[in-house]
Design a protein around this ligand. Structure first.
Ligand SMILES: NC(=O)c1ccc[n+]([C@@H]2O[C@H](COP(=O)([O-])OP(=O)(O)OC[C@H]3O[C@@H](n4cnc5c(N)ncnc54)[C@H](O)[C@@H]3O)[C@@H](O)[C@H]2O)c1
Length: 368
């Protein structure tokens, strides 16, 4: 910096929670690439503070998040999350103990899941090429089927009863629907598909349809159509090019987005953002995959989902150009065939990470 010149670079403080399984491997790769990008561009600073909240932490302390943990997280600009889940902890304990324990109190109500076929990767669909599948799924992330309402009586008895009650509030559906239509409007196709199961689920999801119709009226420039979730799976497989933005409930979108990731080539590519669009709380960014016990510690986890997640996080923080440049570099590396086994390649996590860092240096170096 020349003497007297004020450095106006933005600085971002990120809380990193790698957690379990391949989480630490992919988050470490993501941080390496983000730091390389920041150093190379010189237009923003990014620092990370690491939190060891995980299933190991739970086994030692009886909880995933220590006292005051959420207050600590509030001081950060964003949270970069790996995956939670361990073979010796029931999944509902780990999910509710860490991931949902952050998403729900922070009202990260919009879960954004983009999917596309990257250059250099192949969809398992015979006729689907780059550009034919380019979707963003908007998932309700604060209530619905994952509201945690319900209970169990007479546990273990033959007459045991359990209930899992879905909660749909007009408030939450409306704010989500507004966000989804805004997202659709921001994309070139300006097309949204509202997914429900309002034939069988005749209360909450009929209200979804009604709210969707009311919000649609405010967005005359966005073309809107409706699908039942079962029929939606066939449309995703048979006519991927007919879709763009998709909005669905917590459970439906959770399932559809794993299908979307597989149709784009691998679950190892897909990112997700848990957004609080009001920006009152930090938003949380994570690859959509879980802790992948079968490949943990082998050094072969695909880090691309975390790189794309990192790019989404940068865009949310306001670094749209850096986000685009990062994703372009990742896509170029895929195009060169430097990909992990899940995409049919032979490269390790480290080799893909190094290749992305080299690409950043080659393409963006010298721009400082
Ligand atoms: N957001 C989260 O934290 C989250 C999400 C899903 C699952 N989970 C948890 O993770 C654990 C395992 O769940 P699962 O097996 O259903 O799903 P998973 O996503 O961990 O794994 C499914 C399959 O995809 C493969 N895979 C996943 N990510 C990959 C990557 N980056 N590169 C290459 N291959 C990859 C795995 O090897 C596995 O064969 C469970 O405890 C579950 O509750 C956590």
């Amino acid at each position: 910096m020349s003497p007297g010149k004020v450095d106006s670079r933005s600085s971002y403080k990120i809380a990193s929670i790698p957690a379990d399984g391949i989480g630490p491997e992919v988050i470490s790769a993501g941080i390496t690439v983000l730091q390389k990008l920041a150093d190379t561009l010189g237009t923003f600073d990014i620092t990370f503070e690491h939190f060891d909240w995980s299933s190991d932490y739970y086994k030692k302390h009886g909880r995933y998040i220590p006292e005051g943990g959420l207050e600590t997280l509030k001081k950060f600009d964003a949270i970069l999350f790996g995956a939670v889940g361990a073979p010796d902890v029931p999944d509902h304990i780990s999910l509710w103990g860490l991931r949902l324990a952050i998403c729900q109190p922070f009202q990260q109500y919009a879960n954004v899941r983009p999917t596309k076929v990257f250059k250099g990767t192949e969809s398992p669909l015979r006729k689907c090429n780059v550009g034919d599948l380019d979707w963003v799924i908007i998932r309700e992330n604060s209530e619905g089927e994952y509201a945690g309402q319900g209970g169990r009586s007479h546990v273990g008895k033959p007459w045991e009863v359990s209930t899992e009650v879905s909660i749909f509030t007009r408030h939450a559906v409306e704010r989500l629907m507004n966000f989804a239509f805004e997202t659709a409007r921001s994309r070139p196709k300006k097309h949204i598909t509202v997914v429900t199961k309002s034939n069988a689920q005749r209360n909450g999801l009929v209200m979804w349809d009604e709210v969707a119709a009311q919000v649609a009226a405010k967005f005359p420039d966005v073309h809107c159509d409706k699908m039942l979730v079962d029929a939606m799976t066939t449309r995703m497989v048979l006519k991927p090019e007919s879709l763009d933005t998709i909005v669905a409930t917590n459970l439906h979108a959770d399932i559809l987005s794993d299908l979307a990731a597989a149709l784009a080539g691998s679950i190892g590519i897909a990112p997700t953002s848990n957004l609080d669009p009001t920006r009152e709380n930090p938003s949380m960014f994570e690859p959509i995959h879980g802790s992948a016990f079968d490949i943990t510690g082998k050094g072969i986890a695909n880090p691309v989902a975390t790189f794309w997640t990192a790019s989404e996080m940068l865009a949310w923080l306001g670094e749209k150009e850096a986000a685009r440049q990062l994703l372009d570099c990742v896509e170029s590396v895929c195009e060169k065939g430097i990909v992990t086994q899940d995409l049919g390649g032979k490269s390790t996590t480290l080799e893909v990470t190094n290749a992305v860092c080299e690409e950043i240096e080659k393409v963006l170096g010298g721009r400082k």
